[in-house]
Design a protein around this ligand. Structure first.
Ligand code: MAN
Length: 130
């Protein structure tokens, strides 16, 4: 498995994240399972299948073979990783019934170009203060 440059994504092993969004609490454990909870009931949204970069260079983690949807497919989830300061699920959509899309913020997804841009901002700030 590809854990990214310097294997940084391996640090997500055995971690789980969850966020309450309206009536559901959405959870996922990278390399484990994704679920949707409501009160004491939990619906399986799938198990970890793959870890790929899309055409925008964003990392997508795919979970498949979850609990079957009434009159529909087995539930599945795609987790889109975006560069930000905290590890946090910030939104979950259901673009088609029983197909879920999480947006997950993590500093692990920051590319060198984004770090360079931040560095430029800091340098410029410093210059104007001198
Ligand atoms: C539950 C939830 C929903 C899903 C429906 C489908 O209510 O899992 O997200 O759309 O089942 O019947």
């Amino acid at each position: 498995m590809d854990f990214g440059e310097k294997n940084i994504y391996a640090s997500l092993f055995n971690e789980c994240y969850s966020t309450k969004i309206q009536k559901y609490t959405y959870e996922f454990c990278p390399f484990g399972k994704a679920s949707q909870k409501e009160g004491s009931s939990s619906t399986d949204l799938g198990s970890f299948k793959s870890f790929d970069f899309d055409n925008k260079g964003e990392l997508i983690m795919t979970f498949e073979d979850g609990q079957k949807c009434w009159n529909g497919p087995k539930r599945s989830a795609n987790i889109v990783f975006k560069c930000n300061t905290e590890n946090e699920i910030v939104s979950v959509q259901e673009p088609s019934t029983c197909v879920y899309r999480y947006t997950f913020h993590t500093p692990l997804a920051c590319q060198q170009s984004e770090l360079d841009r931040l560095n430029d901002l800091i340098q410029n700030q410093f210059k104007t203060e001198l």
